[in-house]
Design a protein around this ligand. Structure first.
Ligand SMILES: CC(C)(COP(=O)(O)OP(=O)(O)OC[C@H]1O[C@@H](n2cnc3c(N)ncnc32)[C@H](O)[C@@H]1OP(=O)(O)O)[C@@H](O)C(=O)NCCC(=O)NCCS
Length: 185
């Protein structure tokens, strides 16, 4: 189902069509790295994403707009796709989480700035939690900068609760992290 935004877009935002979530692949990395570098003060380097893509205990997702994948039966035949210059998928966000015993630890999530506030982060988080649940996790945890109001609100929307503060977790700026937890099982 196509996601329709309920928010009024500003003139720096781009509307999303055909939002869908898929597994992260190496070919997505150039777009992911661009989003990563413009979203974080200490961005992850390429090799971290590569290791997670290859790690069986990592869940690595991308949010794509554009043509859906073949399984969903919406992608046009190859000949049509070739005639349509903008028919490829565009990476608008991604998320990474690690399965550690009965815990899903959310390690990274970001959405390209011009596509924010249209439900992409929510859809990525929903998929992470569903996949974690299928793999038997009982709880989800994460650390988030104490100043990161958009992210904290996103996690609260899913029922995450603040359980601790990690003093100066983000060393570069001496910023504290909020530790949040969601009981799943
Ligand atoms: C945090 C982030 C991933 C959210 O992605 P998003 O696609 O914009 O979020 P959504 O549109 O799915 O928003 C879902 C909910 O999150 C909360 N939220 C998201 N952005 C918000 C903002 N700017 N202000 C207040 N609440 C916000 C709201 O509760 C929202 O629900 P609502 O739209 O019904 O009010 C995005 O802001 C981002 O990439 N930030 C930079 C990277 C980052 O900080 N990542 C998190 C690291 S822990």
């Amino acid at each position: 189902m196509e996601l329709k935004t309920k928010h009024h877009l500003t003139n720096t935002q781009s509307p999303i069509t055909n939002l869908h979530i898929d597994d992260m692949e190496i070919r997505h990395l150039p777009s992911i790295l661009q989003i990563e570098q413009s979203s974080f003060k200490t961005p992850w380097p390429t090799h971290v994403f590569l290791e997670d893509i290859r790690n069986e205990n990592s869940i690595t997702l991308v949010a794509l707009t554009g043509i859906r994948n073949v399984e969903e039966g919406i992608r046009p035949p190859k000949a049509d796709a070739l005639r349509t210059p903008n028919s490829g998928n565009h990476v608008v966000g991604y998320a990474v989480a690690w399965l550690v015993f009965d815990e899903l630890h959310i390690g990274n999530a970001a959405v390209e700035e011009r596509f924010r506030r249209q439900g992409v982060g929510e859809k990525l988080l929903q998929e992470l939690l569903e996949r974690g649940e299928k793999r038997g996790v009982q709880l989800a945890t994460l650390e988030v900068r104490i100043s990161n109001d958009p992210a904290i609100r996103l996690y609260q929307k899913f029922g995450f609760k603040e359980i601790a503060i990690q003093k100066e977790y983000y060393k570069l700026e001496s910023e504290d992290a909020l530790v949040m937890l969601l009981q799943i099982g």
